[in-house]
Write a protein that binds this ligand. Structure first.
Ligand SMILES: [Zn+2]
Length: 128
């Protein structure tokens, strides 16, 4: 399923859109052969470093090149947090279940340690 977009003037204008900030640098790349960097407007708005190597490590083409991978992750994290808040956040029921689980785990752990200690004492007595 490969679609080849017709490169009309309109499409080119759209493709230029917000991501015109591509630059070429000669002092980067694994062998110093240079490479392209692209500007993330979100990073720029935050006042951080805004040019990132044009590489799958920093960009996710399938999500669009409107923001860098890190900004996409932050955006999706915010969406998830907002969805969770809408659902009522961490409910009293969920936190009670979590506390009960931790209490049971600690009790099991103490029990295991007691048993191990008792067995050790028994073995020592048997050997003596
Ligand atoms: Zn960014």
């Amino acid at each position: 399923m490969s679609r080849s977009p017709r490169l009309t003037t309109e499409r080119v204008a759209w493709a230029r859109g917000p991501w015109t900030g591509v630059r070429y640098r000669t002092d980067i790349g694994p062998n110093g052969e240079g490479g392209f960097e692209m500007r993330c407007e979100i990073c720029a708005a935050k006042g951080e470093q805004s040019y990132w190597p044009l590489d799958l490590e920093f960009w996710t083409p399938s999500k669009g090149l409107t923001r860098c991978k890190s900004c996409w992750n932050a955006y999706e994290r915010d969406l998830r947090a907002a969805a969770k808040r809408r659902r009522g956040g961490v409910t009293a029921k969920a936190s009670a279940a979590q506390r009960a689980y931790q209490r049971d785990w600690a009790a099991r752990k103490r029990q295991q340690e007691r048993e191990a200690e008792g067995r050790e004492r028994y073995e020592r007595r048997k050997a003596a």
